[in-house]
Design a protein around this ligand. Sequence first.
Ligand SMILES: Nc1nc2c(c(=O)[nH]1)N[C@H]1C(S)=C(S)[C@@H](COP(=O)(O)OP(=O)(O)OC[C@H]3O[C@@H](n4cnc5c(=O)[nH]c(N)nc54)[C@H](O)[C@@H]3O)O[C@H]1N2
Ligand SMILES: Nc1nc2c(c(=O)[nH]1)N[C@H]1C(S)=C(S)[C@@H](COP(=O)(O)OP(=O)(O)OC[C@H]3O[C@@H](n4cnc5c(=O)[nH]c(N)nc54)[C@H](O)[C@@H]3O)O[C@H]1N2
Ligand SMILES: [Mo]
Length: 783
Amino acid sequence: MKASLERRNLVSSHWGIYEPVADPATGQIRALRGLPEDPDPSPIGLAMLDANGSPLRVRRPAVRAGWLDRETGASRLDTGRGRGRGREPFVEVPWDTALELVAAELERVRTAHGNASIFGGSYGWSSAGRFHHAQSQVHRFLNSIGGYVRHADSYSLGAARVLMPHIVASMDELMAGHHGWDVLAAHTKLFVSFGGVPAKNAQISAGGTARHRVREGLASMASNGCRFVNFSPVGADLEVPGAGAVEWVPIRPNTDTAIMLALACETILAGSHDEAFLASHCVGFERWRDYLLGEADGIVKNADWAAPITGVPARRIRALAAEMATVRTLVNVSWSVQRADHGEQPYWAAVALAAVLGQIGLPGGGFGAGYGAVNLIGSPERRFAGPTLPQGRNAVSEFIPVARIADMLLRPGETFRYNGGTHRYPDIRLVYWAGGNPFHHHQDLNRLARAWQRPETIVVHEQVWTPTARMADIVLPATTTLEREDIGYSTREALIVAMKPICVPPGEARDDYTIFGDLARRLGAEQAFTEGLDARAWLRRLYEDSIPHAAAAGFELPPFEAFWDAGALRLPEPAEPVVMLGAFREDPHAAPLRTPSGKVEIHSERIAGFALADCPGHPVWLAPREWLGAAQAEAYPLHLISDQPFTKLHSQLDFSSYSVGARIKGREPAWIHPEDAGARGIADGDLVRVFNDRGACLAAAVVTDRVAPRVVKLSTGAWWDPVDPGTPGSLDKHGNPNVLTRDEPASTLSQGCAAQSCLVQIERFEGEAPPVTAFELPTFVHR
Ligand SMILES: Nc1nc2c(c(=O)[nH]1)N[C@H]1C(S)=C(S)[C@@H](COP(=O)(O)OP(=O)(O)OC[C@H]3O[C@@H](n4cnc5c(=O)[nH]c(N)nc54)[C@H](O)[C@@H]3O)O[C@H]1N2
Ligand SMILES: Nc1nc2c(c(=O)[nH]1)N[C@H]1C(S)=C(S)[C@@H](COP(=O)(O)OP(=O)(O)OC[C@H]3O[C@@H](n4cnc5c(=O)[nH]c(N)nc54)[C@H](O)[C@@H]3O)O[C@H]1N2
Ligand SMILES: [Mo]
């Protein structure tokens, strides 16, 4: 079967694939529009074009004044070296000067301290395009000069990525393997979700969505008679057209595990568990059953036990358990529930509950891990990895779990546990970031700001003056996807796009590849990095290297020229519907899982062997350190949910008209329940101060009963905007929830991001509010 050429001119982005619209008179591109065949294009990407020419673009290489002085000997490296970050002005310098400075500094650091003193993790979403993917580029570059300290896992799925391979399958395998929406529509009668199926999140898929499927998928399930039960602190997480399709059960945040334990316990007490499936496809059921029935601790984990923990009435849990045992049921957990203290537990409990129901591997039954998290989940399209840039070999073995960056900077030499092993934090002298925004994404930003003072040098490639760029020593201006050639493709989508530039780079912005190529030459690694190829030659190489993978996926790709000339390629329709773990269900001996036993591990000998108090050998209820049941809830009686934003991808395009237009009084909206607002004299639209011991930010109240009482929802995405950057505890004027979140791991198993375990207080903001300055340029001085 052949992929078919389509003669089109398309723009690919994380928000989807768009068509540029040219002015008929001038031929100039003046707007973007959604793909005509996409039933639900995302409005976010439409703003990409106007944001491209923003005054916030980094136009020339810039160096922090204090860092330059240090270079010329005016200040010493070892005295308060990073204190000026985010405070001092920048000096713009010519490209040659900037490249000389960066190359010399890399050379000095690697010679004096070794490559294990360079942190190059560069976490973040970069941009669409398989070649100019900034994070891949920086990794390849640093590998070519001797390696760097990398990061493991992601903020998205820190706990799940470590846990799931031990008990069922890797997250990559599962993400590609979810039942297709067509399978759900045909078979699923009851869809029980923890954290919803947020269509707002499925606007996104890394690389370029051709068809946004979540709303149509949910609608076709509902019209086939599926009912939805959504345990969530936020009702808006699951919206399906049609009256009565969704039952929202408000739940106390971070208590999902208790509901799942109770559902399993009630199923077992009723004798409705699937003993045959548990015996043939699972190990460790008896150990878990004993725990659920309270054999050791005398506590039966039934519905009456779960009710006071979760705030969900016992009879609702019991009735649901009875229903789940009789109809084709899917248990879905959002990614957010594992981004919490003990985040492994709801994932393990969901798998174990699905095992008790005995529907794993049946069409439309079992468990799901993130329907709605990104458009990829539930895609019926072919499985093809697509063209990928080889990153080379990293000669440095040191790494950190991604969300431990502040710990690494603050505690060099100290040990940490990870996935059963013990490792040591390296001593970082130089931080290199391209394609991410840690001063948006990391928890407890005031703590990160302190940790960030420690390295000797921080280099950032950026398109715009983000908070992270402002906190750097050397900022190099990067191009955007609209300004360069690339190949756009998102896994499990049907279109591969030949991305052609539609804008001219502003100022002196350069491609990350060009920048790294120039640095590699200065450091004697040009051949290793570029292999003598220019960007176009790389596109051809990546494309041609993917031809055998396409063949393995059952289709043929045309020659590169034909693809490039036509502009787009459509992959053939998939051969068969995707049924998650169907082959394993059919024959667990012929298609075993890659777990130690080859089966679903309800109890894991391996994890039990790690002897971790915060992640024992089977799913358990462990109260989070910070939740509404904790002692701190007296001072901070509201649980903060910092979810993904509706109007942008993380911090990207925060300054766009679309994102700014959704602000209230220039601040990020904070959803609060009418009872909680009323008790505090807060009216809809009021400016509020959200605070705890770690920090405070301004936001604007949206008073709504779409959040549960005692829950505040403040989405991520606002560029951190402290009154006094660099001063711990400084008020953030814009509404970035990460000034409030805790910088503690989910557990010592995964060390995953646990942003969703966070308590706050909120009050009306009285008086004159300081203006938002996040979208002003930093100060520049001439030298
Ligand atoms: N528009 C948009 N879409 C995105 C992104 C974006 O930035 N913007 N980011 C993308 C990325 S990188 C990722 S990793 C995914 C993340 O996907 P998710 O992690 O699933 O997304 P969130 O929006 O953080 O959370 C989904 C919902 O879970 C609920 N929730 C939070 N805590 C709890 C809890 O303790 N229990 C229960 N039952 N529910 C809870 C919240 O109400 C929240 O609205 O989203 C992707 N999609
Ligand atoms: N409280 C809380 N915090 C969270 C989360 C949460 O749920 N709650 N979610 C977490 C999750 S799941 C994620 S994925 C992270 C998001 O992590 P972030 O790092 O915040 O993600 P982005 O905003 O996508 O950052 C990408 C940056 O790269 C830049 N960039 C884009 N393209 C290019 C390019 O071609 N070259 C260069 N040099 N730069 C480029 C963009 O301008 C942008 O600044 O946030 C995490 N933080
Ligand atoms: Mo993510």
